[in-house]
Design a protein around this ligand. Structure first.
Ligand SMILES: [Zn+2]
Length: 416
């Protein structure tokens, strides 16, 4: 116990020294730390909170945070020239209004010392549970530690689940609004499709959001029961089809996100890396491929026909290979959406391009490989050429997955 207190005091001193040193190089320092009870200081929740808020701070300040481990809780430091008072006001806003803001401290230091709420005439911080001043509840020991821990665990779970669900739906929406996009349905026109338009796609998102909630919840259970996941998937797929009056807008995307989402949330709460998530997805996708294709007699869907005639596994194969059509080049966040789409099309066995046989797929792939090799110089011409003939539905689904990863990959542990 004494050792523990010593270690925490020592950590506090060390942080103070580090801030002093940092202040010799930068006029203003921001310190991001979690504000959790002792037992939770080094928990998965703490790690997720730090990564989430580090992402916000880095995006806001346009500088990378410097990560430090410490016995009293890990933290990030940011050295900046931003006006200290303005920065403190923004950070107070986050602390008081972000759904997880009460669980972190965002302290601003200058050579004159830390800026306080009192100096800015802002009310003191509130307790997580009862909304009294936090200092009062701490001094009077108002709450049982178990109550606090349960609150923190539930709040972080709920927020991460909501964030993943929202980001997945936003990624699909962003894909629908991507233009130019060859002959896919977009906000400008229906591409080569006569039976559907953007309204069908946008209204499907409501059903998908409910489906995603189900899959994320399954991911938080002790083990991911693949049979249960597929049974729920089948139900949601039917709801999706009937909602869209039997027009298939998101069958592929629903399948892909249905496998990614539970594995992602599971990996995040196991403090795992992005690669650990991919490994888990590969394993389950291999089981799905075996069960779907091994005893396939009459091929009904486009995907089943592609496998029976050409041994092409389509979206299942892509998941089994750990999303190689994306991971081959990911991340390249500065590329335009259509450039990302080209990169995917250059690699993917997109069964939606195999309606008349394998030739279209092979031609399109070769064409996209050439566009990529020419550093996209020929893209405009090719886009114009293919916009009335080619609708790469499978690649579009993976473009949405790319958008999704770009907005969530900061949540993963960097090292195993
Ligand atoms: Zn309280």
């Amino acid at each position: 116990m004494t050792n523990d207190i010593d270690a925490r005091l020592h950590a506090k001193e060390k942080r103070r020294d580090r801030i002093e040193t940092f202040l010799k190089q930068h006029p203003v320092i921001l310190v991001l730390k979690t504000n959790l009870p002792g037992d939770k200081t080094h928990s998965t929740e703490a790690a997720l909170l730090l990564r989430q808020f580090n992402h916000l701070c880095e995006t806001f300040l346009h500088i990378p945070g410097e990560f430090h481990q410490a016995a009293d809780g890990d933290y990030y430091l940011y050295g900046t020239k931003t006006d200290a008072t303005k920065l403190k006001k923004h950070m107070l806003y986050l602390e008081d209004n972000h759904p997880l803001g009460r669980l972190v401290d965002l302290d601003v230091h200058t050579p004159k010392g830390p800026l306080t709420r009192k100096q800015l005439n802002v009310t003191e911080r509130r307790c997580f549970l009862c909304d009294k001043p936090a200092t009062v509840c701490r001094r009077e020991n108002n709450h049982d530690e178990n109550e606090l821990v349960a609150f923190i665990e539930n709040r972080v779970r709920r927020e991460i689940l909501d964030a993943l669900k929202r980001t997945a739906v936003d990624a699909l929406r962003k894909e629908i609004f991507t233009y130019p996009c060859f002959g896919l349905v977009s906000s400008k026109n229906s591409g080569i499709h006569k039976d559907m338009n953007i309204s069908h796609f946008l209204s499907a998102l409501e059903v998908l959001e409910q489906a995603f909630e189900t899959y994320l919840r399954l991911g938080l259970e002790d083990t991911i029961d693949l049979d249960a996941l597929r049974a729920r998937g089948k139900e949601h797929e039917e709801r999706l089809l009937s909602h869209c009056k039997n027009i298939n807008t998101h069958k592929g995307a629903h399948f892909i996100f249905g496998l990614i989402l539970p594995h992602m949330i599971r990996t995040l709460f196991a403090n795992g890396t992005f690669d650990a998530m991919l490994a888990a997805i590969k394993k389950d996708a291999a089981k799905i491929t075996t069960s779907d294709f091994t005893n396939l007699k009459t091929a009904k869907t486009c995907g089943e026909k592609a496998y029976q005639q050409h041994q092409i596994k389509g979206v299942r194969g892509e998941l089994e290979n750990g999303l190689q059509s994306i991971m081959d080049w990911y991340p390249q966040k500065t590329l335009s959406p259509i450039q990302k789409l080209v990169k995917i099309m250059a690699r993917l066995e997109d069964t939606t391009l195999m309606k008349t046989g394998k030739e279209t797929l092979n031609d399109v792939k070769a064409c996209m490989q050439a566009v990529e090799a020419a550093d996209f110089q020929t893209l405009e011409k090719i886009q114009d050429c293919l916009k009335d003939t080619v609708s790469p539905g499978g690649a579009a689904d993976l473009l949405a997955v790319t958008f999704f990863f770009e907005n969530t990959d900061h949540l993963f542990a960097k090292t195993p």
